[in-house]
Design a protein around this ligand. Structure first.
Ligand SMILES: NC(=O)c1ccc[n+]([C@@H]2O[C@H](COP(=O)([O-])OP(=O)(O)OC[C@H]3O[C@@H](n4cnc5c(N)ncnc54)[C@H](O)[C@@H]3O)[C@@H](O)[C@H]2O)c1
Length: 277
């Protein structure tokens, strides 16, 4: 297991990364000293896969658990769903000492975090991310949000989790598309923040492209969590990591055979037709 401390003074927390961590949720959350009532916020697919193991672990640690089911994906991030979740928390008698536990991808984490940030002016929040994107990005840093009809993530708050448990075993059931979407985030972190890490990702590309293993990369959560690393977005790193894509000023594109300057959309370039002289 990898233990990454995020040092934010009184809002410090730990990110634990490893296989099988969902079964440790109860004992780990117990150590936080939160109240005995918890809201486990998840979606139906994730509950079917991991709800039981998490609920058992929480009950085993003496927690009284109210499960709140959200619509899947982006449909969870609405004011209506947030209001329904606030209602469920009120009915179950949760207070500021209680915790919201988000079990799922970035959408579940964003909605649950927003509810935790706003219910009774803020309550404890724990992230159990189950997608690669949520494990390397969305569960870390305290950004929570719901969508506005005009734009995504427009209404939200910064609310740090008390704990993040990233169970790499959960990636085994992730659809390939979701896994690749998370990989894109991993690659992006390398490009914008850390050239050495990007090199590590490049060298492991073949292995990363296969079915997820239980072995996480050591660098990603720490890199993501470090405020210094987050600020380090210099063009130097970008150029070093991916010189051709980030070259500045951009290289002039060669004209197409027909003389058209927009070669990549020029019909002659696409059809292979020789331009008339
Ligand atoms: N707060 C942040 O800093 C931050 C950062 C990046 C993205 N986000 C947000 O994250 C959201 C996208 O999150 P996402 O990419 O994790 O997708 P998602 O949360 O929308 O989940 C996608 C699907 O994967 C399923 N799923 C989740 N875990 C699974 C597992 N282990 N096995 C099988 N199926 C599983 C879910 O049920 C869902 O149907 C967006 O709303 C985006 O705005 C937030």
């Amino acid at each position: 297991m990898i233990d990454v401390p995020v040092k934010l003074g009184p809002r410090s927390y730990r990110i634990l990364v490893g296989a099988g961590l969902l079964a440790q949720a109860g004992p780990e959350i117990s150590r936080l000293g939160v109240g005995r009532k918890l809201a486990l916020v998840t979606d139906p697919s994730i509950r079917a896969l991991y709800g039981e193991v998490v609920a058992q672990s929480l009950a085993g640690a003496g927690f009284e658990v109210t499960t709140v089911l959200l619509p899947e994906g982006e449909r969870a991030k609405t004011l209506e769903v947030a209001a329904q979740t606030w209602d469920r928390l009120l009915e179950a008698g949760l207070d500021r000492g209680s915790a919201v536990v988000a079990l799922g991808g970035g959408a579940v984490g964003d909605l649950a975090g927003f509810v935790a940030a706003t219910y009774m002016r803020g309550m404890h929040f724990v992230q159990l991310p189950t997608t690669l994107l949520a494990q390397v990005d969305a569960s870390i840093g305290g950004k929570t949000a719901i969508d506005h009809p005009r734009a995504k993530n427009l209404i939200g708050a910064f609310h740090q989790p008390r704990l993040v448990l990233a169970d790499t075993g959960a990636l085994q059931t992730l659809p390939e598309r979701e896994y690749r979407s998370g990989l894109a985030e991993v690659i992006k972190h390398g490009i914008v923040l850390d050239a050495a890490y990007f090199g590590e990702v490049e060298r492991s590309a073949a292995a990363l492209a296969k079915t997820p293993s239980g072995t996480p990369s050591r660098r990603s959560p720490a890199m993501r969590a470090s405020p210094t690393a987050r600020r380090c977005r210099s063009a130097w790193w970008r150029r070093r990591a991916w010189p051709s894509a980030w070259a500045w000023p951009p290289r002039r594109r060669e004209p197409g055979k027909c003389g058209c300057s927009r070669r990549w959309v020029c019909p002659c370039a696409r059809s292979g037709r020789r331009p008339s002289a």
